[in-house]
Write a protein that binds this ligand. Sequence first.
Ligand SMILES: Cc1cc2nc3c(=O)[nH]c(=O)nc-3n(C[C@H](O)[C@H](O)[C@H](O)COP(=O)(O)OP(=O)(O)OC[C@H]3O[C@@H](n4cnc5c(N)ncnc54)[C@H](O)[C@@H]3O)c2cc1C
Length: 315
Amino acid sequence: MFDRIYRSTVLGVAGRRPIENLVRTRAWSVAARFVAGESSATAIAAVKELAADGILSNLDLLGEFVSSPETANAFAEQILSLQTQAAEAGVKPYVSVKLSSIGQGQVVDGSDLGYVNARRIVGQARELGGYVCLDMEDHPRVDQTLGQLRGLLNEYGAEHVGTVLQSYLYRSEADRDGLDDLRPSLRIVKGAYLEPESVAMPDKTDVDAAFRRLVYSHLKAGLDHPTQVTNIATHDESIIEDVKMFVVAHGIPRTRFEFQMLYGIRRDLQKKLASEGFTVRAYIPYGRDWYAYFSRRIAERPANVMFVLKGLLRG
Ligand SMILES: Cc1cc2nc3c(=O)[nH]c(=O)nc-3n(C[C@H](O)[C@H](O)[C@H](O)COP(=O)(O)OP(=O)(O)OC[C@H]3O[C@@H](n4cnc5c(N)ncnc54)[C@H](O)[C@@H]3O)c2cc1C
């Protein structure tokens, strides 16, 4: 319950325009802990730095809830360009996309613009041998995102597109079971949005237990399907230790799962797991529109508020 109150307070304060302006102008040095710069060049430099430690990357151009078709199309163009730049830099394009940033919910010429743009991005990823993960946003978008994922999986194949399930949503275990016929790779997360208790578990203990159940069921379901990968996206060491034991007990090869973490969080753990021979992938967010992402990271952990306040005082 404390987690929910804390999260709602921080996101409420962060959502006020004067606070946003203050943080945007004075706290870039703090945001830089979580965000790999504002340009694709700085993000690709971060990819190379992580690669030196044996850590793979997942690039994310920050932006969400875009309201005009022009902005959504411009955003999609930037993601297409990012995939090309990554390939040219010798990095397999692996990107995360928020469908709301490329027009989901905006109908143009009778089609959902988010889906039209997602087809362009996943189509290009297939040509380049890359992969696109559709990030999961707030709960009203889940049905449409899963529906659009189905279309993309049928057209481009599970090697090139997958999505995310959030363990805090009551519906996610049924959603996982419902996708089994298409054998998608899934990233399992706890969930970062402020959601009502009618759809999301308020108690962290329940969210953690549901996270384990989702990971274990997807790992087991993927045992006979070599392209189905379970992406275990958490910094929670006790869960990671349990997963390590689970995969040994069930004979699940290391090629069937990845540990995924966020840029700037638990780099020590990322390096340790990579040195133990696990696949580790860091989610590298970048771009000028970093404020909403940054606010969610601050809302995850009380210690981060002090970090921001110190940064503001330093200016
Ligand atoms: C690769 C990746 C992709 C994600 N994609 C999505 C998505 O598409 N949709 C979505 O809703 N959510 C997404 N998330 C966010 C996720 O839902 C959680 O909000 C976030 O990962 C924090 O939860 P946790 O599992 O790390 O565990 P927690 O139980 O919250 O934290 C465990 C430990 O992790 C460390 N930690 C966690 N968060 C922070 C932080 N902000 N700052 C510093 N230390 C921290 C601390 O050491 C903490 O004790 C993603 C997370 C990852 C790692």
